[in-house]
Ligand binder design. Sequence first.
Ligand code: DX5
Ligand code: ZN
Length: 215
Amino acid sequence: MISPSILGGNFSNTADCIKAIVASGADYAHFDVMDGHFVPEITFGVKMIENLRPLTDLIFDVHLMIEKPEETVKRYIDAGAGMVSVHAEATCHLWRTLTLIKDNGAEAGVAINPATPVSFIEPVLAIADYVLVMTVNPGWGGQSFIPQTVDKIRELDQRRKEDGYSYLIEADGGIGRGNIKMLYEAGLDIAVAGSAFFREDDKAGFIKDMLGDLR
Ligand code: DX5
Ligand code: ZN
């Protein structure tokens, strides 16, 4: 599945960004929430999700790059997020936060930075609906893919096969035509694409190419 990130679009018209994602045939729309603390940049918050929600039925995949996400996850879900991921590094109440997301009716994702090993989230693998492996350092679009992160996708894929976990694996950052096949072979289920998606004129063609013969 492909989840284009509106961060790759032009914020002077976010409605157009969402419409472009919907028209492309993508599976989800990815929202990068940044708080200026967990990551240096600030993007947007609950209101953006709320205002864009009526434009489509597409599932909103909300990636919270914010500290203490437990304090606000419910508000993002109430605003229309269908999937919410929180960073394992950003809360000391990870189990509670993931449970809170699930109890409020959304899919709960746990995100890990490039320097965070899979072992750090071992205790929550049984309850996570998806694991978001950051393939760049969080905070900016348009960065280069970090190849060393692929081993974590392989590890997560192997773990779920061995231990019967049902989480999906999402990867985010520096993904495009050049590395999607390798990521799929490593076990990836959901690819986020920001700049690679928005730089395309033929966005439906891009999604089709990214999915190859899978569909
Ligand atoms: C980075 C964000 C990504 C970003 C990806 O902090 O989490 O979702 O939009 O952008 P590209 O695809 O340009 O690397
Ligand atoms: Zn993201």
